[in-house]
Design a protein around this ligand. Structure first.
Ligand SMILES: Nc1ncnc2c1ncn2[C@@H]1O[C@H](COP(=O)(O)OP(=O)(O)O)[C@@H](O)[C@H]1O
Ligand SMILES: [Mg+2]
Length: 248
């Protein structure tokens, strides 16, 4: 059996693992009715194309008081009143076929920049052994809530040490947990995608230091690792790739 690589399918597969399930923001397939109920339950949600990448087409919606909503899309914010206006507004922005709705996670900020972490996990051609080969922190542009169009890429330890006090005091533990969660994801997903040799995992850290799984990317890019001052991470990633001829 071969599984879809859409975001919703990967969410459901990851949810089968108890350790990972608690780290997944609640996710459902988009329908107008579910949007209203997710907003009532979580207050803030993100809407994403099921097959999206590079943060394109991601919309954040927040329920303010009464029936007022704030919509945040590509650095721009708009307010609308009432469900009907909300749904009309979204319809014009949502041009893809399938979308998901996800609970919004208030991610850690560094100054006024939201950040999340990319962890690269790989295995060599004929090896079953997964290895975390690199991590970096992606800092979003200040008006953005998505970190894809990152203005800066930094070493994770540097960013954790400089973050909120309760997080910086736990940075060593969080740093190790990022690897742990990523390994768990790789080993778990291997059952369903046995040919996969590498996964780029996007992990969020909230203001309490809790780790959230944002996404497991199956065609991870290496460009962001090239932006780290120290070239050793990129070298390691590329050395794993050489063994099975992936070129990106
Ligand atoms: N549930 C969420 N809560 C908070 N921020 C999110 C959430 N989902 C995504 N983001 C932000 O948007 C970025 C892109 O989301 P992602 O699911 O990785 O989509 P894409 O496939 O377009 O990269 C993430 O790296 C993160 O910065
Ligand atoms: Mg992503």
């Amino acid at each position: 059996m071969s599984y879809s690589k859409g975001k919703l399918k990967k969410y459901h597969l990851l949810k089968r693992n108890q350790t990972l399930a608690v780290k997944l923001p609640k996710t459902v397939r988009y329908t107008q009715r579910r949007l209203v109920s997710m907003l009532n339950r979580y207050g803030v949600v993100v809407i994403k194309p099921n097959f999206g990448r590079l943060g394109r087409g991601i919309i954040k919606v927040a329920l303010l008081d009464g029936s007022q909503y704030e919509i945040h899309h590509q650095g721009q914010k708009s307010n609308v009143v009432g469900n009907e206006n909300l749904l009309d507004f979204l319809k014009k922005k949502m041009l893809r076929k399938r979308y998901i709705i996800q609970e919004f996670i208030p991610l850690l900020k560094v100054g006024d920049q939201v950040m999340d972490v990319r962890v690269m996990v790989q295995r060599k051609a004929r090896s079953e052994e997964w290895v975390v080969t690199g991590k970096c922190a992606k800092l979003a542009h200040k008006d953005y809530f998505t970190s894809n169009a990152a203005t800066s890429i930094k070493p994770v330890e540097e960013v954790l040490k400089a973050s909120a006090p309760n997080v910086s005091s736990m940075w060593v533990k969080i740093y190790k947990d990022l690897d742990q969660v990523t390994m768990e994801i790789a080993i778990h997903l291997q059952r369903y995608y046995p040919k996969q040799k590498e996964i780029g995992v996007d992990l969020g850290i909230d203001t309490n230091g809790m780790i959230w799984i944002i996404e497991a990317n199956y065609k991870p890019m290496t460009a962001m690792f090239a932006r780290l001052d120290n070239p050793s991470t990129l070298k390691k990633i590329l050395s794993f790739r050489k063994k099975h001829g992936i070129q990106r």
